[in-house]
Design a protein around this ligand. Structure first.
Ligand SMILES: C[S@@+](CC[C@H](N)C(=O)[O-])C[C@H]1O[C@@H](n2cnc3c(N)ncnc32)[C@H](O)[C@@H]1O
Length: 319
């Protein structure tokens, strides 16, 4: 796949590179903010699960102060204070709390996905539940909470819980989020208000960024007649990405000296090995080490990671 093809298929990936954002997800927050009006400087914003930093960049551009928290390291952004830590660990929460309260708490948290809808949703919901607890500790009265929520059997519970604590709760879907994606965003405002609805009633659905580009459409490389297209690299490559460990362990099983393909192709293929009688299950040696596991599982999934593009990036639900 050519490197320009994602620029055609994913307009927000391309715009992010052109407009200096680290992640296409920046447009989700821009669209939520444009429709629902979330930020007014000089607010204090805590961005949970912030790496690589697209949302923090959006917050910084509004002139609000931002504390960004993630398991992964994040490259610096002017005006953003970074905390590396696990959101589910008490000491991380204590470190954030020590920095003071917040007017807005954001959470775009997504654990590593399995590609199994219900399991991915359950893991993601656990992260949202922790983020709600953190927001309860940090938010000033009247503050707001915005969180990604994978729609699934338990998502109703999350919205009900938010309605007990906030006066105004909506379920929002920004145009940058693909239709097929499980994700939506809970936007809860009016923390601690007397008007909180005790969890009752229908949560309104709000489409955000409606007039913007469609995340499910492909666009020509030459978007504007008066502007030439030029390929750009991503603004910020991930620091220590998880797929690197997987690809490195995969490569350990490839001999240093690999014969050039042409030579291998020119040589006649060796005769097939003699057929052995089927082994009884007790005779099969257990695959203990990574190399024998790789041989047993076959080349496609020897390191347990599914790749979906030429660059070898692991498949992710949505960013
Ligand atoms: C979709 S990405 C966030 C993208 C970000 N909003 C942006 O615009 O760049 C999800 C992030 O959640 C983080 N994450 C997942 N589980 C976490 C946890 N327990 N504590 C902190 N961060 C976590 C991941 O490391 C990942 O960076």
């Amino acid at each position: 796949m050519g490197r320009k093809s994602r620029d055609k298929r994913d307009i927000y990936y391309r715009l992010a590179k052109e407009e200096g954002f680290r992640a296409r997800s920046a447009y989700k927050l821009l669209q939520l903010d444009a429709t629902l009006g979330l930020f007014r400087a000089p607010m204090r914003v805590v961005d949970l699960c912030a790496a690589p930093g697209g949302w923090s960049q959006v917050v910084a551009r509004t002139g609000c102060a931002c504390v960004a928290v993630d398991l992964k390291e994040m490259a610096p952004i002017p005006g953003v204070f970074r905390v590396v830590g696990d959101l589910t660990a008490r000491d991380t929460v204590e470190r954030i709390k020590a920095m003071g309260g917040a007017d807005v708490v954001l959470c775009d948290g997504a654990p590593d996905v399995y590609g199994l809808g219900d399991i991915d949703a359950a893991l993601q919901h656990r992260l949202v539940e922790v983020a709600v607890e953190v927001a309860r500790d940090l938010l000033v009265p009247g503050g707001a909470f915005v969180s990604k929520v994978y729609r699934g059997p338990r998502s109703d519970r999350i919205f009900r819980d938010l309605r007990r604590r906030f006066s105004d709760v909506v379920c929002a879907k920004p145009k940058c989020s693909r239709n097929a994606s499980l994700e939506a965003y809970a936007v809860a405002r009016g923390f601690g208000s007397q008007d909180a609805r005790g969890g009752r009633g229908v949560v309104p659905f709000v489409a955000c960024g409606f007039e913007d580009f469609d995340a499910d459409s492909s666009y020509p490389l030459r978007l504007f007649p008066d502007r030439e297209y030029a390929y750009r690299d991503p603004v910020q490559m991930p620091i220590n990405p998880t797929h690197l460990a997987a690809t490195t362990s995969h490569r350990r099983h490839i001999p240093d000296e690999v014969e050039p393909l042409e030579e291998t192709a020119a040589r006649p293929s060796p005769p097939p090995p003699p057929r052995r009688p089927p082994a009884s299950s007790s005779a099969v040696a257990p695959a203990h080490d990574a190399a024998s596991l790789a041989a047993a599982l076959g080349p496609k999934n020897s390191d347990g990671v599914v790749f979906d593009d030429a660059a070898g990036a692991p498949r992710v639900a949505e960013e």
